[in-house]
Design a protein around this ligand. Structure first.
Ligand code: SAM
Length: 419
């Protein structure tokens, strides 16, 4: 049975503390921002066996072996942990030092461009997403998971009935956290993930395969093709190139201001890809063993779960035919309102999707989660919606904090519909 310690009359369960540290580790919460309860540090100090448990819940956990966070992150985590223990003059178990030296002796190679972030669900299972270690890379913000996606996922988990038996289209899906949560934990009718960026769409397809097909037991070793390995190698290489070449550029995106590290610019220029992979940036490059790609090469349906599709959709050059296919009961989007220059195109797509849905008796609704980094950008979005005849209400924020994102900047979810 788990022991507990007293704090201000309430019981703090050791296992809860351990889970809390472990969840932050797997989400790669920056080590300096990790929330350690004082008691947790004390527990680790006084109870060496808990040090072992903590290792098993983090760097030695099976999820860490299969879907490792960035090597530099794991090293920083272990360094901090050992520092905490040394500061307290604690008896540190050998395994702690061994785990740290093992990490120090790992080959760094190109591992520092892509990593896995794993989001622990209430059921205990993890959603593991392959992400870039940089918030902005390869000319897109879509290669990492943003706070608004986590916020919208939390809201969906508290309001699953909104998606019950509904067709859903997500705009600017990025790496797919919101949609994967919806597909796994809601009774959706179907779900179309959309984005405009070739590499984002490719990693999104991998993340869906990893997290959705694993449930269906229909993924085999051979599904991970040589081509997949080649593409991933290529993405890694490009990400490491782009992190070397990042330059600051003037633009209308708020994301610039919050990118970490602060000297990262928002690159609009793509780095040329030289071997034919992504030679046509609008074509979907997905694993043909797992996805049925339509004749336009812009829409692919997951063979193992035909409710799920991925679509190349660029709000700035939409084709009516694609919009027709994407008509849904519910439109979702997270962190797509950050650049005033693309707001008109985004609102045009929203308006087209909200005017009529697949069922004339049901008016489509959109739920858009935005991090309010800049009031002017928010206002520009609201004004653009008003002039297109879209109205909105602010929905209640999720009550439970399941994920560990930065909550210092407000996030708002708008419910939007056509007048
Ligand atoms: C800040 S990211 C948010 C990604 C994801 N929803 C999240 O919150 O983690 C913005 C997303 O919008 C996509 N996006 C930007 N401009 C777009 C456009 N013109 N058409 C379609 N998607 C676009 C990007 O590729 C990126 O995935």
């Amino acid at each position: 049975m788990a022991a507990s310690i007293k704090r201000d009359g309430e019981c703090l369960d050791e296992m809860d503390s351990m889970r809390e540290i472990s969840s932050q580790f797997f989400e790669m919460v920056p080590v300096r921002k990790m929330k350690w309860k004082d008691e947790e540090a004390a527990l680790l100090v006084t109870r060496p066996e808990l040090q072992l448990q903590l290792l098993m819940a983090t760097v030695k956990h099976p999820v860490c072996c299969s879907f490792p966070p960035a090597l530099s992150y794991m090293r920083s985590f272990m360094k901090l942990l050992i520092h905490k223990l040394e500061t307290e003059d604690a008896d540190i178990c050998d395994e702690m030092y061994e785990a740290y030296t093992d990490l120090l002796s790992c080959n760094e190679d190109d591992d520092e461009t892509l990593c896995f972030k794993s989001y622990k669900m209430l059921s205990g299972e993890y959603i593991s997403l392959q992400e870039s270690v940089h918030l902005v890379s390869q000319g897109t913000t879509g290669l990492s998971t943003w706070q608004a996606a986590q916020h919208l996922a939390e809201w969906i988990l508290e309001n699953p009935q909104v998606l019950t038996n509904k067709s859903v289209t997500e705009l600017g899906s990025g790496l797919g956290l919101t949609g994967i949560v919806a597909c796994k934990y809601c009774q959706i009718q179907n779900y179309a993930f959309t984005d405009c960026h070739a590499q984002v769409l490719y990693l999104l397809s991998k993340n869906i395969e990893q997290n959705v097909l694993i449930d269906l037991h229909c993924k085999t070793e051979s599904d991970s093709s040589d081509r997949d390995r080649k593409i991933l190698r290529k993405i890694r290489k490009q990400l490491s190139l782009s992190s070397d070449q990042q330059s600051s550029e003037e633009n209308s995106s708020d994301v610039n201001e919050i990118s970490e590290p602060s000297d990262q610019g928002y690159m609009r220029e793509e780095i040329t890809i030289d071997d034919g992979i992504y030679s046509d940036p609008v074509e979907l490059d997905v694993n043909g063993n797992l996805w049925d790609v339509d004749s336009s090469h812009r829409l692919a349906t997951l063979k193992g779960d035909k409710r799920i599709s991925i679509c190349h959709l660029d709000w700035e050059c939409v084709k009516g035919r694609i919009l027709e296919k994407l008509k849904s009961d519910i439109i979702l989007a997270a962190d797509v309102v950050y650049d005033t220059s693309i707001i008109p195109a985004l609102v045009f797509v929203l308006k087209s999707l909200l005017d009529t849905g697949p069922d004339s008796n049901r008016r489509p609704k959109a739920f858009i989660a935005s991090t309010i980094r800049n009031e002017d950008t928010r206002d520009a979005f609201l004004i653009a919606m008003g002039s297109e005849g879209l109205n909105y209400t602010v929905v209640e924020s999720p009550k439970h904090h399941r994920f560990h994102y930065d909550r210092s900047v407000p996030i708002e979810i708008l419910q939007i519909s056509a007048l």
